[in-house]
Ligand binder design. Structure first.
Ligand code: NAP
Length: 300
């Protein structure tokens, strides 16, 4: 039994196009309608046959939808929700995939009063953007976090069933808790990667060509994350300001402690920390959240 027979996707980039591909694979009878603000993205989506219909406006894309998923940058969610408000069928469920949740939940509720809203965040992605970057297995074995609103009612179990059919494992939590957890597992790592790559490219005593030439020493692993979409990440940091600043404060204190250990030759402190962090990597592999192959499975 399908949780939704007609699904509309607004924003056909990496995540939107991956959902479209996954729906085609796992729920082939679902009627898919899509829209993207960018006419070139719409043309590409048409060529790739991501959806049954590509509409020219967000409103036109939702007129007979049972589920609408907003897959646009976090800062664009409220605007899109307002665009679809008049065309949305009364009982259509609205969800999204934004990487921060408290601000998005408030914005969707304000734009769509009285509607069933189930904000969601599939914790899966890559550093690439756009409709050609998507793939249908993106959500297999990954977590999708739902942060249902108090009045989401029976819509939440249907959205859960939808994500489970795409191969995801689903967890529910409050938007505030989501934002705190993701601040440490995703937002802070991105901020650190953006900083390291920025610092290295600004160095004067070491040339940029040397930074690139010797990047296999560790630097290149940060560059994957630091290549992530600038619009998406600008919006995430602005939307999840409080939690990110709180985690950044903790991180800065820990960094200062490490600085002190290096300055005073406290090898035991360094060794203890590095032993603990190695165990974290092992747990991630044991829980199937990354491949066990050394060096991320690169061929040598
Ligand atoms: P993306 O590849 O850049 O796709 C976003 C698409 O939305 C773009 O084609 C963009 O067009 C379009 N768009 C922007 N504003 C719009 C509007 N007002 N109406 C209609 N379309 C609009 O980004 P993405 O990686 O799929 O990210 C989409 C959402 O997923 C974000 O909220 C992000 O936080 C979340 N997310 C991302 C990841 C990840 O790893 N990338 C993982 C989980 C969740 P333009 O190019 O013209 O702006």
């Amino acid at each position: 039994m399908l949780p939704f027979a007609r699904v509309s996707i607004i924003g056909l980039g990496l995540i939107g196009s991956s959902i479209a591909r996954a729906v085609r694979q796992h729920m082939p009878t679902v009627r898919l309608t899509g829209h993207d603000a960018d006419p070139q993205v719409r043309a590409t989506a048409d060529r790739l046959q991501l959806c049954d219909d590509i509409a020219d406006s967000a409103g036109a894309a939702v007129t007979d939808a049972e589920l609408v998923i907003l897959c646009v940058p976090v800062g664009a969610m409220e605007g899109v929700a307002r665009e679809i408000a008049d065309d949305l069928p009364a009982d259509a469920v609205v969800s999204d995939v934004g990487s921060s949740k408290a601000g998005v939940a408030t914005a969707l509720r304000a734009a769509l009063p009285g509607r069933p809203i189930v904000p969601a965040h599939p914790v899966a992605g890559t550093e690439n953007s756009g409709p050609e970057a998507g793939f249908g297995s993106l959500f297999h074995g990954r977590w999708c976090i739902l942060t249902p609103l108090e009045d989401s009612g029976s819509a939440a179990p249907r959205v859960r069933a939808f994500w489970e059919m795409l191969g995801a494992q689903v967890e529910e939590m409050t938007p505030e808790h989501h934002d705190l957890v993701l601040a440490v597992t995703s937002h802070l790592p991105h901020l650190i990667a953006y900083t390291i790559v920025g610092t290295a490219s600004d160095l004067e005593e070491v040339t940029r060509s040397e930074v690139i030439k010797y990047s296999a020493g560790g630097f290149r692993d940060f560059t994957r994350i630091a290549a992530s979409d600038p619009t998406m990440w600008r919006d995430v940091f602005l939307a999840n300001k409080e939690a990110v600043l709180e985690m950044l404060q903790r991180f800065t204190e820990d960094l200062t402690a490490l600085q002190r250990a290096i300055r005073w030759g406290d090898g035991d402190a360094l060794f203890d920390l590095f032993t603990r962090t190695r165990a974290v990597r092992r747990s991630i592999i044991e829980q199937g959240q990354d491949d066990a192959a050394p060096d991320f499975g690169r061929s040598h």
